[in-house]
Design a binder for this molecule. Structure first.
Ligand code: BTN
Length: 322
């Protein structure tokens, strides 16, 4: 692949085979496999092969040029279609190394929080799960979600897209959701076996990809940005920021940077909210996020409480809630 990418002109099968030390038949097979993946490769007798275009896919091969991590995203399991990247990650998490990432172009049973489904149309979003094996206690796992939210927010910033964080696990633009995070964990009482952090991004959805009943709640980066975004660059940028923030927390016990992002970019602080505990709903005002990532809220009777994690909805100016 590198050879094809580096050559602007045709390169002969013979030259490739010499350079790589493999047979010409092996090269031919490899070229065909690449074509299957969507690479457009011209082949002209006596001149050889030339790469005409690369597909918009989220393989390691395609994101690695943007990746500067040590371990997150360095091993990627890539699928054209999968039920759920979180479910797959959980199946392999025990034997895989930390940082292993599962990416799918489409999910047939994408999972959202609270048993909801996560819409995952093919090639239009970014659906991935990262396997982590943190050294901290299971009690602290909610913080991993905040690291993810801060990483997505920063990565969008890198691409020139301004977004806000709806504590603790959504990224919103203009009050509508563009990204959700589902963190799952397997643990003993005092030790985490693994954490799977699943992130879903409505990247290049068109209006028609969003069901009518969600149109006032969800949007996509493409719809907000006016044009397609580069999914490969965004995925790599998220993994880069995630590793950076994760190492600070896991090694140095320093959550401050992630908390600062969650505060500075908060869609919640200062807003009237509803806190949803199963069927019970309580109204409150979001005051701040503390240094541990908990949401400080003021209840209707004036008392203050801290919420570790949970589901909230924010009141809009028109009195509706998102
Ligand atoms: C939510 O906001 O409810 C969380 C959505 C999480 C969706 C992602 S997409 C990749 C990963 N695999 C899943 O099945 N879910 C998460």
């Amino acid at each position: 692949m590198e050879i094809l990418k580096q050559n602007n002109d045709h390169i002969s099968g013979e030259n490739i085979s010499k350079e790589l030390g493999v047979s010409r038949t092996a090269i031919w097979k490899y070229i065909n496999a690449l074509r299957e993946e969507g690479y457009e490769i011209e082949s002209i007798t006596r001149r050889g092969y030339k790469l005409l275009s690369t597909p918009d896919i989220l393989t390691y091969e395609e994101i690695k040029e943007y990746l500067n991590t040590e371990f997150i995203g360095r091993k990627i399991y890539y699928f054209d279609t999968l039920e759920s990247t979180n479910n797959y990650a959980k199946e392999i998490a025990i034997e895989e190394a930390e940082g292993t990432t599962i990416v799918a172009e489409e999910q047939t049973k994408g999972k959202g929080r609270l048993g909801r489904t996560w819409l995952s149309p093919k090639g239009k979003g970014i659906y991935f799960s990262v396997i982590l094996k943190p050294k901290f206690s299971p009690m602290e796992v909610a913080k991993v979600t905040l690291l993810g939210a801060a990483a997505v927010n920063r990565a969008l910033d890198d691409l020139g897209i301004k977004s806000s964080i709806k504590w603790p696990n959504d990224i919103v633009i203009g009050g509508r959701k563009v990204c959700g995070i589902l963190t799952e964990m397997s643990s003993e009482l005092s030790m985490i076996n693994y954490v799977v952090m699943g992130i879903g991004i409505n990247a290049n959805f068109d209006q028609a990809d969003i069901p009518l009943e969600l149109q006032d709640k969800a949007t996509s980066l493409k719809l907000k940005n006016g044009k397609n975004i580069n999914r490969r660059e965004l995925l790599a940028a998220i993994l880069n920021h995630l590793e950076d923030l994760y190492l600070k927390f896991n090694i140095d016990k320093d959550l401050s940077e992630a908390i600062k992002v969650c505060r500075d970019k908060s869609a919640v602080i200062g807003k009237d909210i509803k806190i949803i505990y199963g069927k019970e709903v309580r109204r409150a005002k979001a005051i701040n996020i503390d240094d541990q990532g908990q949401l400080i809220v003021q209840m209707e009777d004036g008392s203050r409480e801290k919420i570790i994690s949970g589901e909230i909805s924010i009141r809009n100016v028109d009195d509706s809630y998102i």
